[in-house]
Design a protein around this ligand. Structure first.
Ligand code: LER
Ligand code: MN
Length: 281
C-alpha cells in the first residue's frame, strides 16, 4: 500500500451520498418517479444506504403545508438530509430563465429562485439552491450581465441560504461552461453565499483537468453532482472517481456526492452501483 494514502481513503469512504428525488415532475436523472410518492421514495433512498437527497422541485410554492409536514417527518424518521434543491425543471417545462430576451420570463425565473430560497429557509433545511439550467443558454455579453444581475438580486435576498452556480457543458448552455468561468462570476457577484457546483459529467467534457479545477476552486465548491462519462452511475464509464474524490478530500470538501445519473441499466442496479462505487463496499 502507498504510504500516506490511508487518511484520504478513509475520508473518501465516509463521503456522504445523495440521490435526486423528483417532487412534482419527472426528471431523467433519478431512479425514482414523482408518482410513487415522496415518502415512499425517501424511504427507498434511505434503505438503499444514502445519506441525503436532492429534491427536484418545479414549483416550491405549490408544496402544501401538509406535504411540507410530511417531508419533515420523513426526514426526521429516516435521518436523511436534503443536500440540495434542483431548479432547472422550470426552464425545461416553462421556458423561464435568467437570460431570456423577454423580461417577464427573466423576472419569473428570479422570483422562482427566491421561492426556492424561501422554501429552504422556511423548512430550515441546509440545502444548497442550484443555479443550473435556470440561468438559460445565452452566452453573449448581454446574457452574462443578466446572469450577474439575477445572482446579485437572489444572493442579497437569500438570508442564510447558499446558492451554487453549475458549469454546464457546451451542448446544454453557452453561459458558464467551465469552473474557471464560474469562479469569475463569483468574483463579480461578490457574495459569500454563492459558490459553485462541480458536476463530473460536465467537467469531463469541459475541464482540462477535473482534479486541477477542484484544487483551484477549493472551498468555493458548495455541492457536487456525480455521474460517469456516459452519465450512468459512477463505475459504468471511464471517469476515475478515486482521483476525483481524493482531490475533494484535499480541499476538505464536506458536502454531498449527489448522483445525477440516468437510471441505467435499470433503477435498482443504478441505486446499488452508485453506493458500491462511491463507498467502495
Ligand atoms: C443539472 O444539474 C445538469 O447537470 C443538467 O445537465 C441537466 O440538464
Ligand atoms: Mn448537474
Amino acid at each position: 500500500m502507498e504510504i500516506g494514502l490511508q487518511p484520504a481513503e478513509d475520508r473518501f469512504m465516509s463521503m456522504q451520498t445523495a440521490l435526486i428525488v423528483p417532487i412534482q415532475d419527472p426528471t431523467p436523472f433519478s431512479p425514482f418517479s414523482p408518482t410513487t410518492g415522496l415518502v415512499e421514495n425517501l424511504k427507498r433512498a434511505n434503505e438503499a444506504g444514502y445519506d441525503g437527497v436532492e429534491l427536484a422541485i418545479t414549483h416550491p410554492e405549490r408544496i402544501s403545508p401538509a406535504e411540507r409536514e410530511q417531508l419533515l417527518k420523513t426526514l426526521d424518521e429516516t435521518g436523511l438530509a436534503v443536500a440540495a434543491i434542483t431548479t432547472g425543471q422550470a426552464y425545461e417545462i416553462e421556458g423561464i430563465s435568467f437570460t431570456e430576451e423577454d423580461p417577464a420570463l427573466r423576472r419569473r425565473a428570479i422570483e422562482r429562485i427566491k421561492a426556492h430560497l424561501n422554501f429552504v429557509r422556511e423548512l430550515d433545511l441546509r440545502a444548497v439552491v442550484i443555479i443550473g439550467l435556470i440561468r438559460g443558454r445565452r452566452g453573449d455579453k448581454k446574457g452574462r450581465s443578466w446572469l450577474i444581475e439575477a445572482l446579485c438580486e437572489c444572493t442579497k435576498e437569500a438570508r442564510g441560504v447558499r446558492l451554487a452556480i453549475e458549469p454546464l457543458n457546451r451542448y446544454e448552455s453557452s453561459l458558464v461552461n467551465t469552473m474557471q468561468e464560474a469562479l469569475e462570476i463569483l468574483e463579480e457577484v461578490e457574495a459569500e453565499n454563492l459558490g459553485l457546483l462541480l458536476d463530473t459529467f460536465h467537467a469531463n467534457i469541459e475541464e482540462v483537468s477535473i482534479e486541477g479545477s477542484i484544487l483551484k476552486a477549493g472551498d468555493r465548491i458548495f455541492h457536487v453532482h456525480v455521474a460517469d462519462s456516459n452519465r450512468w452511475a459512477p463505475g459504468y464509464g471511464h471517469l476515475n472517481f478515486t482521483k476525483i474524490t481524493r482531490a475533494l478530500c484535499k480541499i476538505n470538501y464536506k458536502g454531498f456526492l449527489s448522483a445525477e445519473v440516468l437510471p441505467e441499466p435499470n433503477p435498482d442496479d443504478c441505486l446499488k452501483k452508485i453506493i458500491c462505487h462511491l463507498k467502495r463496499r
